[in-house]
Design a protein around this ligand. Structure first.
Ligand SMILES: Nc1ncnc2c1ncn2[C@@H]1O[C@H](COP(=O)(O)OP(=O)(O)OP(=O)(O)O)[C@@H](O)[C@H]1O
Length: 274
């Protein structure tokens, strides 16, 4: 459902006037938020894996790293030494060229705009929101089939801005198998549902470990099956991802695109998203 369909101003809408949906450059067919109420559950990991899978399936893909205070996407792709090109297009307006990963995923992140990737961002909410708006609206995205937005944890300013002002096709929720995590993740799902945003489903990350010898899967954080956690959340289970040392190694080397998810049927995840 488009945001216009659920907008309370729809009947009296006279076009773009009064519309709170932000405009963007380029032609983006689908925008998907990757979100979780909880920190550290693997949003950035899942965002980069989804982007890589979609790209490998032949789609044009971009990522907006909306985690302004803790951006990690450039590192996972090994593009953290690169910087986005900034073009001045008026007295106080700039345009950004995203940085492309080695397989051609277009990335925009605050860490591609600041001088040193380890410089902290010490800004209050409105400033952070303003920067996010700029990174979304003033980046030359070109033609994209999918723009994935890696959201920061929680239901705060950024999550609200993205849900209110960006015409999302839907959100993918990331969780880990613990009741306490599910309780927090459910808050984000309820928030999205209240805003008429399509919740495509949940990816359960760090779901199990797989025995290197016999292949047996062991759930390490919960005795309950993933389906039960998804049932509590009230959304579809899209995939279960294992805890994988190979994944960690690839991420640390900035080689997420070379990681082969041999543990999951990744065609299934792409089909679900598409
Ligand atoms: N499936 C996995 N197997 C092993 N390690 C993982 C897996 N998923 C995530 N991790 C590790 O867990 C940590 C957190 O992951 P990630 O940064 O993707 O989470 P996040 O939800 O985006 O965090 P934040 O809330 O800080 O934005 C990272 O160190 C990452 O390498």
């Amino acid at each position: 459902m488009s945001k216009c369909d659920s907008c309370s101003e729809k009947s009296s809408c006279s076009g773009k006037e009064n519309c709170n949906i932000m405009e963007h450059k380029g032609n983006i067919k689908n925008i998907i938020g990757v979100i979780s109420g909880k920190g550290g559950v693997g949003k950035s990991t899942v965002t980069t894996l989804l982007a890589t899978l979609l790209k490998k399936s032949g789609y044009k893909v971009g990522i907006l790293d909306a985690d302004i205070t803790g951006p990690s996407i450039p590192r996972l792709f090994g593009i953290n030494e690169e910087r986005a090109t900034i073009k001045q297009v008026g007295e106080d307006k700039a345009e950004f060229e995203p940085v492309e990963t080695k397989t051609g995923i277009k990335v925009m992140s605050l860490n591609l705009l600041i001088q040193n990737e380890d410089d902290p961002v010490i800004w209050r909410g409105p400033m952070i929101t303003g920067v996010l708006n700029q990174m979304y609206g003033d980046t030359n995205w070109g033609d994209l089939d999918y723009l994935l937005i890696d959201m920061p944890p929680g239901t705060g300013d950024i999550a609200l801005t993205v849900m209110q002002s960006i015409d999302l096709s839907g959100i993918v929720v990331v969780s880990t198998p613990q009741d306490m995590v599910s309780m927090i993740v459910k808050k984000v799902i309820t928030m999205a549902q209240k805003m008429n945003i399509d919740v495509m489903g949940v990816i359960e990350n760090m779901s199990y470990i797989k025995c290197g010898s016999c292949g047996e899967k062991t759930r390490i954080f919960s005795k309950k099956p993933a389906e039960e956690h998804a049932k509590y959340l009230g959304v579809k289970l899209l995939a279960e991802l294992p805890v994988d040392l190979d994944l960690i190694e690839r991420m640390e080397k900035g080689e997420i695109e070379d990681y082969i998810i041999y543990n999951v049927e990744y065609d299934k995840i792409v089909n679900e998203i598409v």
